[in-house]
Design a protein around this ligand. Structure first.
Ligand SMILES: Cc1cc2nc3c(=O)[nH]c(=O)nc-3n(C[C@H](O)[C@H](O)[C@H](O)COP(=O)(O)O)c2cc1C
Length: 237
């Protein structure tokens, strides 16, 4: 390695890093949620980007010890308020130690998710759910049974672990399980998280995979969800 290359890998000190990032123009959001008792919480956040179109996934990076993050994880839902050019004062409020941030801005509950929506400062708002996660004291198997029951109302049994995939949050991992449910059971969809749920036969899914029909889509090829579908089609699980 040359001396020049070594200079480039020297870690920047905190003030140089701040200066670097403050010179980076980016959109500003206020990420909001409600705590379990209904108290609104929120913080200014620029670390936000889209990860995937199908399913639609937004990535936000929130400081590990943030009170808002703790409330987001407790609630399992959050809103990303995209600020417009006039939202500068709101960005300052939600980035600083203001006692009650929500008394300083105009807001109301979002229509679907009952999440704080900054009506005067945001030109758009995305209502999001934290992807299913394991509760404290819960096994992975119990989390699968709970998540499926919460999201589509189907009790599942005969769980088998199939594999895992990295997820772009620190300390997070996607786990792939197979389970069995009764297809005669009516599906009862949690509309905040799932837009539609249906039962499919292997023949229907194979037709989509092999391009003979396109009236529904499959998860993207690199996802663990796609891998699970392929394993099920091949009869390996
Ligand atoms: C322009 C700007 C962008 C920010 N972006 C982020 C971010 O992406 N993630 C983050 O955790 N904090 C970010 N912050 C800092 C938080 O807004 C700040 O630490 C806030 O007080 C955290 O609140 P909380 O601890 O109540 O959650 C940003 C601050 C500013 C001014």
């Amino acid at each position: 390695m040359t001396d020049m290359a070594l200079q480039h890998v020297r870690p920047a000190d905190e003030s140089a890093f701040r200066e670097l990032m403050s010179a980076f123009p980016s959109g500003v959001t206020v990420v909001t949620t409600r705590d379990r008792d209904g108290t609104p919480r929120g913080l200014t956040c620029t670390a936000m980007c889209s990860v995937s179109l199908r399913p639609p996934i937004l990535l936000t990076c929130v400081r590990h010890d943030s009170e808002t993050l703790a409330a987001m994880l407790r609630r399992g839902r959050f809103a990303v308020n995209l600020l417009h050019a006039g939202g500068r004062a709101a960005a300052d409020v939600f980035a600083n130690a203001v006692r009650d941030r929500f008394t300083e801005v105009e807001w109301e509950s979002s229509p679907r998710g009952d999440l704080p929506w900054l009506t005067a400062d945001a030109h758009a708002v995305a209502e999001c759910a934290v992807a299913g996660f394991v509760e404290a004291g819960e096994s992975c198997e119990a989390a699968v049974v709970r998540e499926v029951a919460e999201e589509v109302g189907v009790p599942v049994t005969r769980l088998r672990y199939v594999g895992s995939q990295a997820w772009p949050y620190p300390g997070s991992l996607m786990l792939g399980f197979m389970a069995e449910g009764d297809p005669n059971r009516p599906l009862c969809v949690d509309e905040a998280e799932i837009s539609e749920a249906r039962w499919f036969t292997r023949a229907e899914v194979r037709d989509v995979l092999e391009g003979r029909r396109d009236d529904f889509g499959l998860p993207m090829g690199s996802s663990i969800a796609h891998f699970l579908v392929a394993e099920w089609l091949a009869g390996r699980v």
